[in-house]
Every structure is written in C-alpha cells, then in structure tokens.
Design a protein around this ligand. Structure first.
Ligand SMILES: [Zn+2]
Length: 327
C-alpha cells in the first residue's frame, strides 16, 4: 500500500525461505484481526478529508526456488534461452536500464472515478482491463531486457480473504499483491469516505499501478532477493527494507502515470489530487498505530515524482538510496 501501497505478499511458506517473513506478513496484514475494529484507522473522514489508507503491504514471495535452492537461483521465465540472463538483484537489476518515453504508451484506458465505487460485478472486470493495459505496454520493453512479463490475476473480496500469503483484511489495506499466486487482491468498497484514493480521479488507476509495481518487482527477481534479505534482518532493518520496497513501488507508479499520461489524460489537477491522497498515507499518520514500513507521506510523494518526472526505472533504485531518503 504503498499506501497506496499494496500488500505484496510472498509465498514464503511454499518456498520455505523463512517462517519469519510469513508471520511478519500476517502481523502486518492482520494487524488486528482480533483487536479493536478500527484502532488502525482514523475516524471517518469528511468528503474533503480522506482518511489515511496505507498502500498495500507488501510481502515478498520467492517464486521459483525450492526450499533448499541457493539464493542465486532464478526463475526460468526470466532467462531467455541462449542469452545472458538479466541481472535480478535489488541494487543491480536489468530493469534499471529501462527508460521509457513520456506519453508513448499505446493503451486506451477508460478512467473511472472511484466515487461512487464500482459494484463488484463491474469492479473486477475494470481492474482486469487496467491490468491487461499495463501488461500490454510493458511486455515489449521488458522482453528487450530479458524479462518475460506474466499477467497478474485480480481477485475482489469483501471483509477478509484467504490468500497463499495469509488472511488479507479489508481494514488493513486498500489493496494487496501476493507474489505467491501473482494476484492482486482488491476489496470491494462502499462509499463511506474511508479510503483516501477514492477522492482522486485516478484513484483506481494509481493504486493499481502501485500494486502492479510490486508485480514488476516479483517478475524481475527483486521480491525474491527482498525475502532473503528480510529473513536475515532484525526488526529495524526489516522495516527499512519494507520502506525501500514500498517506495520503489511508488516510483514505479509514477513511471506508469508518465508513460501512459496521454492515455489517461493526466493533468495538473490529477497530480494535485494524487499529492493530496498520499498526504494521508504516510507512516506518520496516524502516528500511534502505524509501523514505519511504507515511508512518510513526503517520501512517498517524492519517489512517485521521481518516476513520474523521468519515466525512467533507473531513477527508482531505492535500494542504493540513503537511509534518509527512505524514511
Ligand atoms: Zn505496496
């Protein structure tokens, strides 16, 4: 989520990378399945004061390696035969060599405002259309740098849903990405002003672009690397790793908004709405109930703008950024 953050869950159990990663994920997501219903949420916001909603939490899931496989193994799908495999690390990744041209994405998307919210029967097909668009405009560029992009699935739900990454709670995040089954989990919302993204014209598009950013992290091997690093880190370091992951997804969202800017008629007003939206999604808001795992509002906006202003994945390397810039 990222605040918009999406919960990227990883299928750790199947991979056996680390039970710690799994439980942490559960802590994050279900922060309070048994606790007070809304300790982590602020009181309902008025129409002009959207409540903070975290981007989805992200959980890494090693995809292809077996429990005993060394960290160096990579998914077969990212290795073009007879070609040198692309770099799949966090700091060094072939994706960083991909700079796109602003407005050049040939993808017509109908932008639907999240207000009033789409009913479930129309929400899922719409989100799938958005996903198809993203796959369509990224598949070619990614293939050129050695990655085969798959189409993530979309699952909508109400309340809670059982995913390979654990039980996902609608109250925990406005959307989740689970790398274990490459699925974006999206709760059906009501028109109650609880989700900050619903106030932006590009709320659906932006939030989905963030979640898709986690899918890109999975497809380029970064999620797997993240899960290994996470498993070996202490609590403080784990939170820093989580922020780097989430802020990178923010930056990827910015790359998409620029790349597809013509298709979505991106305007100065849209940018102002997105800034407003993310002003409610930082770790500092509300301070008492939020773990510093997604970054402050300022950091979220700054990283989104880095991607948006450059259309360059190379500008989204949060893994080599200073600690200060991922607070
Ligand atoms: Zn996220």
């Amino acid at each position: 989520m990222l605040m918009v953050a999406a919960t990227v869950l990883v299928l750790v159990a199947a991979v056996g990378v680390s039970a710690a990663v799994v439980s942490s994920m559960r802590d994050r997501i279900g922060a309070d399945p048994a606790g007070p219903p809304s300790t982590s949420r602020t009181p309902r916001a008025t129409p002009t004061r959207p409540t903070p909603t975290k981007p989805t939490p992200t959980k890494p899931t090693p995809r292809q390696s077996s429990p005993t496989a060394p960290p160096t193994s990579r998914p077969p799908s990212s290795r073009p035969p007879s070609k040198k495999p692309p770099q799949t690390g966090l700091v060094k990744n072939a994706l960083y060599g991909l700079e796109l041209k602003r407005g050049s994405a040939d993808c017509s998307i109908k932008v639907r405002r999240p207000k009033p919210p789409l009913k479930n029967s129309r929400l899922k097909p719409y989100l799938e259309d958005l996903v198809d668009c993203m796959v369509k405009i990224y598949r070619g560029p990614l293939a050129k740098i050695g990655f085969e992009l798959s189409t993530p699935k979309v699952k909508t739900y109400s309340g809670t849903v059982e995913a390979p990454c654990g039980e996902l709670d609608q109250d925990g995040s406005p959307a989740y990405y689970c790398s274990a089954d490459e699925t974006i989990y999206w709760p059906v919302t009501s028109d109650d002003d609880r989700e900050a993204y619903t106030f932006a014209r590009l709320g659906y598009v932006g939030l989905l672009a963030h979640e898709f950013g986690h899918h890109l992290q999975a497809e380029t091997g970064m999620f797997l690397e993240y899960s290994y690093a996470w498993a070996e880190a202490g609590t403080k370091k784990q939170l820093e790793l989580s922020r780097r992951l989430e802020l990178q997804a923010q930056c990827f969202e910015g790359v998409f908004l620029s790349y597809a800017s013509d298709s979505i008629d991106f305007s100065a007003n849209d940018l102002a709405e997105i800034r407003e939206w993310h002003s409610y999604t930082g770790d500092e808001d509300p301070p008492e109930s939020r773990k510093p795992d997604h970054g402050t509002s300022k950091a979220q906006i700054r990283w989104l703008l880095r991607g948006y202003e450059s259309t360059d994945f190379g500008r989204c390397n949060t893994w080599k950024a200073s600690k200060k810039s991922v607070k």
